[in-house]
Design a protein around this ligand. Structure first.
Ligand code: CAA
Ligand code: FAD
Length: 380
């Protein structure tokens, strides 16, 4: 294992940091308060190459490695986790899946625009009654010859309203259980496709999370990704990479909270000295730094394995499991270090604490990551 970052990777990290500080930080509190999707900022992220980072340039992407993606996700998540979840879904759940498993026609039609950030994508697996238990898909895609007839409801879809392209998992042949599920590309505007209500959330409030309804939507056969019945494998394989994105988001939320805590601890005076001079505060910072470094190494390790084309499913589950716990713990301590000021919006850490919680839930809860990790161990 070697983690000497290349000049190119460091340049990507610095560009993401500059973008986050200059473009995302102003207005992040207001967007959170008013649940405003960072549309302009996401457009800029596309122009800077952050929306299709790992996609081959021939399909409009930036042709970077997963390590660079982790570094960029960390920097953007330090400041605005609502922007970074949009970035993560577009990069790892939509673009990656399309590039790896899509047909040439699908790549030309959808990937080239998604990778440039001209349009945004969404990944639709969860349903009102199928979250962790994702094989229990109730949405159906009836095979009608030239097309599938799509019916059902998806829940909690990130980029739910702002997306133009949706990858929807649906059951075609229930007798085959998860091997009867297909992944279909659905376009906004197709007859019978309705974007439902927006969720009013605890955190990542700038991200637009919606339910989606499909009523007799005719999806051409050409929009199926992979062979008949490949949809669940597609979703699981894609989520392995997605979990690296969310682990890096958690890492960024934690390191953002630590940076704010260090600065505040040096400034704030109590009992005649800065609070940073009190050992209780120093020890909190030491714990934060150690755990964040461990989380970073797990994220980079998973990314490195993916870049080496090795099996990274367990590594990405470990990174997400650990980094999301670090995000939660670090942000709670960051609020504590800030005292009463930490409890109000101006100091950012209360938002980071609210944003941290989702990283233990989406793209597989912490309990599901433990299932993935332990099944991998016991299989060996
Ligand atoms: N990688 C590759 N394949 C995997 C896999 C993984 N991580 N996990 C499961 N599979 C495969 C299995 O090998 C099996 O395939 P075969 O039958 O061909 O061998 C198939 O999937 C079914 O697996 P299981 O028999 O283990 O099924 P299960 O029902 O007992 O468990 C599960 C499956 C792992 C719990 C799975 O349902 C799961 O991951 N659930 C969590 C769902 C999830 O992560 N949702 C995220 C939605 S997207 C999102 O959240 C985006 C966002 O917020 C921004
Ligand atoms: P449940 O599956 O009902 O779980 C409830 C609790 O039971 C959890 O603690 C869980 O860990 C536990 N549990 C369940 N099964 C087991 C078990 N076998 N062993 C031990 N514990 C178990 N989904 C998408 O498809 N696309 C998206 O873009 C997307 N974005 C999201 C954005 C937000 C803001 C949110 C809140 C969710 C999003 N999701 C998305 C859905 C998310 O992936 C699910 O919420 C998540 O997978 C958990 O499913 P659930 O909410 O149905 O909880």
């Amino acid at each position: 294992m070697k983690f000497d970052l290349t000049e190119e990777q460091l340049a990507v990290r610095d560009a993401a940091r500059d973008f986050a500080q200059n473009e995302l930080l102003p207005g992040v509190i207001e967007r959170d308060e008013h649940q405003k999707f960072p549309a302009e900022q996401v457009k800029m992220m596309g122009e800077l190459g952050f929306m299709g980072m790992m996609v081959d340039p021939k399909y409009g992407g930036s042709g970077m490695d997963t390590v660079s993606y982790v570094l960029a996700m960390e920097e953007i998540s330090k400041v605005d986790a609502s922007a970074s979840v949009c970035m993560s879904v577009n990069n790892s759940l939509v673009c990656w899946g399309l590039e790896k498993y899509g047909s040439e026609e699908q790549k030309q039609k959808y990937l080239t625009r998604l990778a440039k950030g001209e349009i945004i994508g969404a990944f639709c697996l969860s349903e009102p009654e199928a979250g962790s238990d994702a094989t229990s898909q109730r949405t159906t895609a009836e095979d009608k010859g030239d097309y599938y007839l799509l019916n059902g409801t998806k829940n909690w879809i990130t980029n739910g309203n702002s997306a133009s392209v949706y990858i929807v998992m649906a059951q075609t042949d229930a007798s085959k259980a998860h091997k009867g599920i297909n992944a279909l590309i659905v376009e906004k505007g197709m007859d019978g496709f309705v974007v439902g209500k927006k969720e009013n959330k605890l955190g990542i409030r700038g991200s637009d999370t919606h339910s989606l309804m499909f009523q007799d939507v005719k999806v051409p056969k050409a929009n199926r990704i992979g062979d008949d019945g490949f949809g669940f494998s597609f979703a699981m394989s894609t989520l392995n990479g997605g979990r690296i994105g969310i682990a890096s988001q958690a890492l960024g939320i934690a390191s953002g909270a630590m940076e704010l805590s260090i600065a505040y601890a040096k400034e704030r005076k109590a009992f005649g000295k800065s609070i940073a001079e009190h050992q209780a505060i120093q020890f909190k910072l030491a714990d934060m730094a150690t755990e964040i470094e461990a989380a970073r190494l797990l994220c980079l390790r998973a990314a490195q394995l993916k870049d080496q084309k090795a099996d990274f499913s367990q590594a990405s589950a470990m990174a997400k499991l650990f980094a999301s716990d670090v995000a939660m713990k670090t942000t709670v301590e960051a609020v504590q270090i800030h005292g009463g000021y930490g409890y109000v919006k101006e100091y950012h850490v209360e938002r980071l604490m609210r944003d941290a919680k989702i990283t233990q839930i989406y793209e597989g809860t912490s309990e599901i990551q433990k299932i993935v990790i332990s099944r991998g161990l016991l299989k060996k």
